[in-house]
Design a protein. Structure first.
Length: 403
């Protein structure tokens, strides 16, 4: 089959912003209809994945976030055509390197109707066509939101091709990845490890992995214990988030260690969190002990946490670098030098000192929103915001120069 090439000329920044602002208005106007349609999706969901169901739900607060995202994107500077480098050649040529749109971006995601607003908005604002491949569990919600995108585009005399929804099953998705029927420049899988592995196996163009969490908090021997409790509890406040905490490492030389761990376990259990321990912690506090080190690799996405004891900062860094998903990690300490060592040597996209991993999020880190959170190192690590969904291009102006 012949490829369909996306030939939409880059829209002016004024038109892109007008579409985004109109989308924000339509989300407000259709707020109740979106929530009602989403309830149909939620009622039809028969799976037992509690984190997926949590991400599926749309309520007033979620619609508020969608509206805020569209408005914020409209207020941001144009990420396309930004000069990154300039050089005057000795022969008189003027050379510039400027940001440029990728072209067509495919995002494959599960369960989250808010991604249909945020991802499409970021792609559109940065001059890219977006192909949305959502999960079947959120189909009705997604189609309603895409209908609003098309209305906003048409009212501003822009082609509806800019935002396209792919109603593909798994077999059709695989076929499209292996032999796209239209131009495809970048793929972002946003979901579980099976989805990511499936995409990487079959894709024929660059893939940015929005990887797993499995985030760690290290309670150093010089920790403020009130901060430690707050950060760990906050880390489990949204179990479906990729920035949730799954593992807690307690320094074996922490003063009042036993009392602190007992208090932490009590508070976690009050929040209905199942607490597991390594051999030392389980024995000291009557917890279920882990039977295999393989659990340290797991992303729970559940009301579950694992607490272990660790020798020191050096051992913690080695353990996180071995087992974590490369997403986020936090050290709780009053010792600035130890925090610096931890932050410089832990190999995760975001590192924290005395703060919650729940801040690894485009909106919270000042980007206004995110397409995904990358655990790859190329071309962008951590939240992928508006300014990251671009590539670059060389502009060379001459007067007849030859080499």
């Amino acid at each position: 089959m012949k490829r369909k090439k996306h030939m939409n000329t880059l829209l002016s920044i004024e038109k892109r912003n007008a579409v985004l602002l109109r989308m924000a208005e339509l989300l407000e106007e259709e707020r109740q209809e979106i929530i009602n349609i989403n309830k149909t999706d939620c009622d039809a969901y028969k799976g037992d994945d509690i984190s997926m169901f949590d991400r599926l739900k749309v309520n007033d607060a979620k619609v508020d976030e969608m509206i805020k995202s569209a408005k914020h994107l409209a207020s941001q500077d144009d990420p396309v055509g930004v000069e990154r480098f300039s050089f005057k050649h000795e022969n008189g040529m003027q050379v510039y390197n400027k940001t440029a749109s990728f072209g067509t971006v495919l995002i494959i995601y599960e369960s989250r109707p808010d991604v249909t607003v945020e991802a499409a908005g970021i792609a559109f604002k940065s001059g890219n066509k977006i192909l949305l491949k959502g999960g079947k569990e959120s189909l009705r919600s997604n189609l309603k939101i895409v209908e609003l995108w098309h209305q906003a585009l048409k009212e501003n005399e822009a082609s509806t091709d800019w935002v396209e929804y792919l109603q593909f099953n798994r077999t059709e998705t695989q076929a499209f990845l292996e032999n796209p029927t239209q131009q495809l420049d970048l793929i972002v899988p946003r979901g579980g490890e099976r989805l990511i592995a499936f995409t990487k196996e079959h894709a024929r163009c660059p893939v940015i992995v929005s990887g797993r969490g499995n985030n760690f908090v290290y309670v150093h021997k010089e920790a403020d214990l009130d901060i430690a409790i707050d950060v760990i509890l906050n880390g489990k406040s949204k179990i479906s988030a990729c920035n949730a905490v799954d593992k807690v490492l307690i320094d074996k030389n922490l003063p009042n260690k036993s009392e602190f761990v007992a208090q932490l376990i009590s508070k976690l259990k009050d929040s209905k969190i199942e607490v597991l321990g390594d051999a030392e912690v389980a024995k000291a506090h009557g917890l279920e002990s882990i039977t295999s080190d393989a659990i340290w690799y797991e992303e729970f996405l559940d009301y579950k946490i694992l607490i272990g004891e660790i020798e020191n900062n050096e051992a913690t860094i080695a353990m996180i670098n071995k087992y974590s998903g490369g997403h986020s990690s936090s050290i709780i300490t009053k010792n600035e030098s130890e925090a610096k060592t931890f932050m410089e040597n832990v190999d995760t996209a975001a590192v924290y000192h005395n703060a919650s991993t729940r801040f690894t999020d485009g909106g919270q880190l000042g980007l206004g929103g995110e397409l995904a959170i990358s655990t790859d190192k190329l071309h962008q690590r951590g939240p992928i915001g508006l300014q990251h969904l671009v590539t670059n291009k060389w502009y060379v102006h001459g007067t007849g120069q030859t080499r």
